[in-house]
Design a protein around this ligand. Structure first.
Ligand code: SAJ
Length: 451
């Protein structure tokens, strides 16, 4: 019987078992999603803390959307372990959702993918034809290049012992509307029958479109360029946010005017681009382009523009302190928000960090308040403000993350506790005129200082 047919019968009788390796902000919702869809699930994580919390029905990720959906202890068909070797023999399909960060020199770090793959392949029973699907974001070619040598080294036979596929995760932290059960997926695999079997499987997970797109590299490339495109689009408005104020024009006025055109896609300038996707994935494409000897000038330039924003903003803030008569070395700045995006508690690649570093290099004292993060998640060099009402004596408040808690804080009360009342909207989400009426000297990224 063709694999797709076998899968279909196992799916229909509910006997199909799915393994998920890596129970982070992607893997855990994926494991829960397949369990909710009626599958027998084996969840694996190397972290004993993560396994213990999940086993206790708790959420070890920083994503609040996962808070109340972790199955309770003793739930049927829900097996959580630190042992890949224990889980894999029970599974028809194994999904790998491990991190793919970049190294300090901005090169892709594939060590997690390699280690997880090896652990899975070593545990696959001969003749089981287990399908192993990589979901982590990688560049075109990685799945084959990283896993096939291990498969061959272990003497596994494709199509008899194992099959390899790629289905990129498209998870958007803090956005329940695009959770694992309601997001379109693409599947790449050398074997079309396996590809269609996986379409059958993922169609039980998500209500959105699931399609087989051909070989692995097509699906790998699709995911990377989704985020490369976003980084380039953001870089354009960030570059415009530096040009237009020099022409005494507010970039947001220009973007609002341009957005009246039917196919203008609007993005928002800011203090920088953070997270584990947008500022990271372009480096995968840059690396792959270098491997094949084709320049990626636009992708590289966009990364440079977005990485320059924290330093650019620090320069503007330093000038504002100088113009306000703050003596050198005595400036005190309060960052409102530290997380890389609103409504999540995630400091990874946050532009707040290089912004703070650039200000501290100018002998400015930096404090930060972020209700979504624990103080320990901020650098030791930053004064953590646990209770905003205790914040006083600052010269300048900077909106770094557009958390609802930041937008709705008592701006009048805060103004009364400031030493100087300068506010800088780093995300173009504040009502600057209203702040001016409260006595703030209001500024913003992409807005002429004179306004
Ligand atoms: N940002 C801007 N201006 C913008 C949009 C974003 O400066 O116009 C900044 C944000 O402040 C943040 C960073 O870029 O620091 C990334 O923001 P994001 O909205 O792209 O959020 P992410 O990193 O969580 O991106 C995820 C990605 N999802 C997946 O990789 C599956 C991305 O592909 C999604 O497009 C994005 O969510 C989304 O749609 O929100």
């Amino acid at each position: 019987m063709a694999l797709a047919a076998t899968f279909a019968s196992k799916i229909s009788d509910g006997s199909l078992s799915v393994g998920i390796i890596g129970l982070g902000y992607v893997g855990l919702p994926t494991a829960i999603g397949f369990h909710d869809a009626g599958f027998n699930v084996w969840g694996v994580d190397v972290s004993q803390r993560t396994v213990d919390m999940v086993k206790a029905g708790q959420n070890p990720t920083g994503d609040p959307d996962v808070d109340d959906i972790v199955p309770a202890p003793g739930t049927e068909n829900w097996h959580i372990t630190t042992s890949t070797a224990e889980a894999v023999p029970h599974c028809d399909v194994v999904l790998v959702t491990v991190p793919t960060p970049i190294t300090h020199d901005l090169k892709p770090d594939l060590s997690y993918v390699e280690a997880a793959g090896r652990a899975v392949f070593e545990a696959i029973p001969k003749g089981s034809n287990t399908i192993v699907v990589l979901e982590s974001t990688v560049y075109p070619g990685v799945t084959a290049q990283t896993w096939m040598p291990i498969v061959e080294e272990l003497g596994l036979v494709i199509g008899e012992d194992v099959n390899i596929a790629y289905c990129p995760e498209r998870f958007n932290p803090g956005d329940a509307a695009h959770g694992v059960r309601s997001v379109a997926r693409v599947i790449g695999c050398a074997d079309e029958d396996v590809g269609h079997a996986l379409v059958e499987l993922y169609s039980k997970l998500t209500s959105e479109d699931v399609r087989y797109v051909g070989k692995l590299e097509v699906a790998e490339a699709a995911k990377v360029i989704e985020n490369v495109q976003r980084d380039i689009n953001i870089a354009l408005v960030n570059e415009l946010a530096r040009i237009f104020p020099a022409m005494d024009v507010d970039v947001e006025d220009v973007l609002s005017a341009a957005a009246t055109k039917w196919n203008f896609h609007r993005y928002t300038p800011g203090v920088g681009v953070g997270g584990h996707c947008i500022p990271v994935d372009p480096y995968y494409m840059i690396q792959r382009a270098a491997d094949v000897g084709v320049p990626a000038g636009l992708i590289t330039a966009a990364r440079a523009v977005n990485r320059s924003m924290p330093n650019h903003v620090a320069g503007v803030l330093h000038d504002l302190l100088y113009q306000a008569g703050v003596p050198a070395g005595e400036g005190r700045v309060l960052l409102l928000g530290w997380s890389y995006k609103p409504e999540v508690g995630d400091p990874r690649e946050t532009p707040a960090e290089p912004l703070a570093e650039a200000l501290q290099a100018k002998n400015v004292h930096v404090a930060a308040w972020d209700p979504h993060l624990e103080g320990a998640e901020l650098p030791d060099s930053v004064e953590v403000i646990a209770d905003l009402e205790a914040a006083e004596g600052f010269d300048l408040a900077v909106l770094v993350t557009a958390h609802q808690a930041c937008l709705s804080l008592d701006w009048g009360a805060l103004q009364g506790r400031m030493r100087r009342s300068i506010v800088y909207d780093g995300r173009r989400v504040l009502d600057l005129e209203a702040l001016g009426a409260l006595g703030w000297q209001a500024h913003a990224v992409g807005r002429p200082a004179s306004e």
